[in-house]
Design a protein around this ligand. Sequence first.
Ligand SMILES: Nc1ncnc2c1ncn2[C@@H]1O[C@H](COP(=O)(O)OP(=O)(O)OP(=O)(O)O)[C@@H](O)[C@H]1O
Length: 338
Amino acid sequence: MRGKLTFKAVSFLCLPVLFVKNISKKFPGESLGAVNNLSLQMAEGEKVALVGKSGSGKTTALRMIAGLIKPDEGEIAFEGEPLKDPDEQLIAGHDKIKMVFQDLKVKPNMTVFENVKYNLLHYDKTYQYARTEELLSLCKIEALRDKKPSELSGGQKQRLALARTLAEEPKLLLMDEPFSSLDPSTKQEILFDLLEIIEEEQIGLLLVTHDASDALMVANKIGFLEDGDLVQFDTPRDVYNLPKSLEIAQFFGKVNIFNKDVCGENTYVRVESVYVNSEKYNSVKASVIRRFYLGNVYLYEAVDVNSTNYSFYNSDFFDLGSQVSLGYSSDSILYICE
Ligand SMILES: Nc1ncnc2c1ncn2[C@@H]1O[C@H](COP(=O)(O)OP(=O)(O)OP(=O)(O)O)[C@@H](O)[C@H]1O
């Protein structure tokens, strides 16, 4: 039994702790697999985001890694130990792998303080109180200690759920679209705090999200799922700059196609790399058809004589119908490495 607070070493050991090898899952009555032959590894303290369109298999993959559903095939091991069969356990899952559930498991009649302490009941009393205080402070909910869960905002509930999960001393946190109901500024605040917390506690993070910017911001590695297949597993820089398909490229931001070619020899250029009315970079003439004000810049859509649409940013105001010339430099061409 733990009796005092431990001070953890600051350095990370970059050894793989999670091994996922060729896991597949097909639900009864479905013709296609939800997840097919998925393999990945995570090092200690690593942050991985699983992204992809709705129905691509993100949640199913996460639930298999959480030990909540059993893969039809394949193996999952954490710290060298294979995950146990969820059907043969009283509480499904792995001691060191914990999913952050926002509403489930929170005790509605207990205060925030009691809710966190509840997950520490198997420790001695001094540790329970000290660790609860530590977790409330870490998750920035000390001021809410006497509130009941029903009195909390969505963001505050997230923080409570995180504190309760951290009380279980996980080595790997799993989160499934945790921020989808939060406003952008609350979401960003929680994301920044989450990153600090998992670094301080030396915990890995596996995050399922359909939000490309969350994934780019949070993860060391991003896995892109398409129809149950993990089609790319790379650093954020590589999925952004060296995407393996046009679908991946477009998931992380709008892409223009210059020199559209029937044989597929297209030139792809990200919206932010388009030059407008530049003497040096000049490729097509197009007519502005839409304008969106984004605060610091406008997002424009324009169309050329071949009915090809382009998007570009510019801080200048162009009337609809204005003629613009659009271009790109050769080093901003996006290579799709299929
Ligand atoms: N319990 C289930 N029974 C039958 N089919 C399921 C079940 N859960 C998921 N599926 C199917 O498996 C596929 C993958 O679903 P999953 O929820 O893993 O995708 P996702 O990428 O997380 O989607 P979303 O972003 O919409 O949550 C989908 O076709 C879905 O309909």
